[in-house]
Design a protein around this ligand. Structure first.
Ligand code: NAP
Length: 518
């Protein structure tokens, strides 16, 4: 069994009190990682003092080159990373590609944005403004890199993409990163950082890694630092109220739970292209990464008139999903990540079943390619609720596994949207319809409650990755339950790492500052 080390202050260091990382399909121990006793205050200071100045000295185009070099280095070791994701993440090869290729794609997308920004080192925000009758008194907003460190705390489900999507934006902004992957699946993130260090892709201090528990990592946050967190609402809420976060006005971005809904329009008749597109996306979201995607469809919101048909069609498709050890040929869905996760999912299914009826479950689940009783397996589970039922748990409890509930609506766009909004804020919801008026009404009703809305139409079916895929040029995040955060969105994502400052003074002086660096 190997021991994973953290990369702090420019060197590999081993922490004490390690936890054991396992293969969730076989429960075979794979690695140990601990963080006790590591000098985390010094690690943050090293990033601020060494990584920060090195990044800020570069132009956006040069930082973009670094991101492309990161993408190339990971692409060159893609197979190795995919194998690790299968072993430590319980990912099928296709799940693993989703994570690892998502990481390289996002790095490349931000590399290109960096090229577009060219030789500047900070952003000019909007046009200059005349502040008096005379044009000499002038105003201009700039956005400059903060002088702190970006602490990135990630969830277990996307160890590669989670690290890369956050790091790409911070590094392009000119802010050094300390990344902490979730402990249970840290092997992929650890290997990524090893590859980048071996290749010497980044300047010292630009990217550090902490494996093992968070320890006192967040105890040392200062006023120029930021925290981007992805994980459960409970942990997010704890981070927000840390005394040093409040005292130092540390910026915190939280990406948390979400009860994403997919609304089927009344015009999408069973058998139509739009209907088939909808079913395909629901099944993919339920089974990809064993449903452990923050963007996965949890509430299948359909006209009451076709609810039985949708249920039966989904059950037919879910029956064809082979569950088992993802290292085996033909397995379409692997296990969930940990024993604790399995327990949570089972508890969640019981909770949902109080408000709904289980129509497809795991009664006869026999995962292939594993010894009986081994691994953290749960089969795809579909529930349904009666039209008009309150079903509070369905609208308030995220089961982070291969689980969805069919929720019928009767009264058109307004009722469909009202049902979705009961989720109290989401990352993404979707509407599948060819009826522009229905789509537009649902979109406008849902927009205040979501970070992204996916418009599922047969016209885009061929090229669409579905609502569950986060794209670097669109924002990711959502209000309320989803954490209130916002990541990515192309250049929008940089704002979190930059300080907006208004310059007020003589026009030639301000214009010179802008010309020299903006
Ligand atoms: P979690 O238990 O909240 O853990 C997330 C991360 O926080 C892990 O790295 C964890 O470290 C760390 N952590 C735990 N306690 C902490 C503390 N007191 N201070 C600082 N860090 C702490 O969540 P999870 O089980 O990994 O992830 C599942 C949840 O994430 C789901 O609810 C899902 O919806 C959400 N999620 C959201 C998004 C999104 O983009 N919105 C994406 C993916 C997942 P250890 O692993 O070492 O404990």
């Amino acid at each position: 069994m190997i021991t994973l080390r953290s990369h702090l202050e420019g060197r590999w260091v081993e922490g004490a009190s390690p936890q054991t990382l396992v293969n969730p399909a076989t429960e075979e121990p794979l690695a140990r990682a601990g963080s006790a006793g590591l000098g985390l205050a010094a690690a943050l200071e090293f990033a601020r003092r060494t990584g920060g100045p090195a990044l800020r000295a570069l132009t956006f185009a040069q930082r973009g080159h670094l991101l492309q070099a990161m993408a190339d280095a990971l692409q060159a070791r893609r197979d190795e990373l995919l194998d690790l994701a299968v072993r430590n993440g319980g990912n099928t090869r296709s799940d693993a590609k989703f994570d690892v290729d998502g990481a390289t794609f996002t790095l490349s997308a931000y590399a290109e944005l960096g090229q577009g920004l060219g030789e500047a080192r900070f952003l000019v925000d909007g046009e200059g403004i005349s502040l008096a009758r005379s044009p000499r008194f002038h105003g201009q907003h700039l956005m400059v890199p903060r002088r702190g460190v970006a602490v990135h705390v990630n969830a277990f489900n996307f160890p590669a993409w989670g690290l890369a999507e956050k790091a790409a934006v911070a590094l392009l902004a000119g802010v050094p990163v300390v990344s902490k992957p979730a402990s249970s699946s840290a092997m992929v993130a650890h290997r990524i950082v090893e590859i980048l260090i071996e290749k010497q892709v980044l300047p010292p201090g630009a990217l550090s890694l902490l494996v093992g528990g968070p320890g006192e990592l967040l105890d040392h946050l200062g006023p120029q630092d930021v925290v981007a967190f992805t994980g459960s609402s409970d942990t997010g809420a704890r981070i927000r109220v840390l005394p040093q976060v409040i005292r130092n006005s540390v910026r915190v971005n939280v990406e948390a739970d979400s009860l994403n809904a997919a609304v089927l329009g009344p015009d999408a008749d069973p058998g139509s292209e739009t209907y088939e597109f909808f079913l395909k996306d629901v099944v993919r979201d339920m089974t990809q990464k064993a449903g452990q995607k923050c963007t996965a469809i949890r509430r299948v919101t359909v006209p009451a008139a076709v609810a039985d048909r949708v249920r039966d069609d989904l059950v037919d498709r879910l029956r064809t999903i082979t569950v088992g050890n993802p290292a085996h040929e033909g397995v379409r869905m692997g296990p969930v990540a940990t024993a604790g996760q399995l327990e949570d999912v089972r508890r969640g299914i019981d909770l949902l079943a109080r408000d709904g009826r289980l129509v497809h479950g795991e009664a006869a689940l026999r995962p292939v390619g594993v010894e009986p009783g081994r691994g953290f397996f749960v089969g795809p589970v579909l529930l349904e609720v009666e039209p008009g039922a309150d079903a509070p748990s369905v609208h308030s409890h995220e089961v982070f596994g291969p689980v969805a509930t069919v929720v019928p609506y009767s009264g058109g766009a307004t009722e469909a949207a009202e049902i979705v909004a009961r989720g109290r804020g989401g990352l993404v919801s979707s509407v599948y319809s060819e009826d522009a008026a229905f789509t537009s009404q649902v979109v406008m009703e849902l927009a205040p409650f979501h970070g992204r809305i996916f418009l599922g139409s047969a016209k885009i079916a061929e090229m669409s990755p579905g609502p569950g895929t986060v794209l670097p040029l669109l924002v990711h995040g959502g209000p309320g339950r989803a954490g209130g955060g916002e990541e990515l969105g192309g250049l929008r994502g940089l704002a979190f790492y930059l300080q907006r400052v208004a310059l007020e003074g003589s026009r030639p002086t301000i214009e010179k500052i802008v010309k020299d660096g903006g």
